[in-house]
Design a protein around this ligand. Structure first.
Ligand code: FES
Length: 371
């Protein structure tokens, strides 16, 4: 996740220096209205060199709102292979502090503190690949999928890309015209199947919620590839992703071909349960970060990250819900209980990685190395 020189189109450079390791001060180049309640924020490239990121990753934006620092993770909608400037797409959430703050106030020329891009919802592009990439998006879940679609079209001339995209109605389709354009430019390689919750009488596509029947029918009419040559990526509301996962599992699609990006979690609920569980008691933990070792006691009802921040240790974090992996560390000894491990792959779990933002110590010898 390092930033470095990236040999692409030369662009105007921001002269604002970064603040601390992993943080950047980025100048807003442009704010684009995508729909009535969604914007894309384009950033100038830093003077130190273009930002390196992978399609499917996200930035964490940091802002002071009502005197308190807020952080939120937003996926990049741009492709590092195609777009000269990185951008994230932000949809207003009812009552959402950050999304409404950005929608109401942000303008070109503003400087935002941003954490370097991270995330595992990625794939490796190769011009020799001949695969079918099937994307399932719901609402603003299109954002990382847009980046993946653009990169795949640009980098894999022999691959086909299909997008099954569910929205409330036609006006809420983010990137509607950009997607139409991509379809026109790649008629043999890119197909979008829209599903609208509320559709006008003349609408010829799918109507209603994304169901197992619609998924099956849509998949039946999409291109067929050799066995194992189709990969699925999904991002959207939880219930939509549950339906997609179930449908793919019923079609005997191996899990290894299915990639999922969640942006909601029930870690808060599980944390409450953890607080009353007998196995979680106050215990001292050791956290190693940035070459320093910190020891502190974590009480039931708080997480290892929360207590660390309370102790004024400048630990990395973003979502605080066990989804984004910004806080990821390796448990070198002892055992922890995670309220949520959605953000970690099976391989990471097997290697001992944990997410301190949702972790409670279960033994007295917990040592976690972050970074
Ligand atoms: S801060 Fe996002 S997973 Fe911990």
């Amino acid at each position: 996740m390092a930033f470095g020189l990236f040999k692409k189109k030369q662009t105007e450079k921001s002269e604002i220096p970064s603040v601390k390791a992993g943080h950047l001060n980025l100048t807003v180049k442009e704010v684009v209205n995508e729909t009535a309640d969604a914007i894309s924020i384009y950033f100038e490239q830093p003077a130190s060199g273009n930002i390196q990121y992978k399609s499917g990753q996200f930035f964490t934006l940091i802002a002071n709102i009502n005197g308190k620092q807020e952080r939120r993770a937003y996926s990049l909608c741009t492709s590092p292979f195609v777009d000269p400037h990185p951008a994230v797409t932000v949809k207003r959430v009812e009552g959402g502090l950050m999304s409404n703050h950005l929608g109401d106030n942000l303008k070109a020329g503003d400087v935002m503190e941003v954490l370097e891009p991270i995330g595992n919802f990625v794939t490796t592009f190769d011009s020799n690949n001949e695969r079918h990439i099937v994307l399932f998006g719901g609402g603003s879940g299109i954002t990382p999928l847009m980046s993946i679609a653009k990169s795949a079209l640009n980098q894999e001339p022999k691959s086909k890309i299909s997008l099954i995209y569910a929205n409330r109605d036609s006006d809420s389709i983010i990137f509607k015209y950009a997607l139409e354009q991509m379809e026109k430019e790649n008629p043999e390689r890119f197909k979008v199947v829209h599903v609208l919750g509320e559709a006008p009488p003349e609408w010829k596509g799918y109507k209603g919620l994304l169901t197992r029947d619609i998924i099956k029918e849509a998949l039946d009419m999409l291109p067929k590839m050799e066995e194992g040559q189709t990969e699925f990526f999904m991002c959207g509301p939880g219930p939509m992703m549950d339906i997609v996962e179930l449908s793919l599992s019923n079609l005997n699609i191996p899990k290894v071909q299915v990639h999922k990006e969640s942006f909601t979690s029930d870690a808060g609920k599980k944390k409450e349960n953890a607080a009353v569980s007998n196995e979680i008691v106050a215990r001292e933990v050791t956290v190693i970060y940035d070459g320093e070792e910190f020891k502190y006691t974590v009480e039931p009802g708080e997480t290892i990250l929360e207590k660390g921040l309370e102790e004024d240790i400048d630990l990395p974090f973003s979502c605080q819900s066990g989804l984004c992996t910004a806080c990821r560390g390796k448990c070198l000894s002892g055992k922890v209980k995670m309220d949520e491990d959605e953000g970690l792959s099976e391989a990471e779990l097997n290697e001992g990685y944990v997410l301190p933002c949702v972790s409670h110590p279960l033994t007295d010898d917990v040592v976690i190395e972050i970074g």
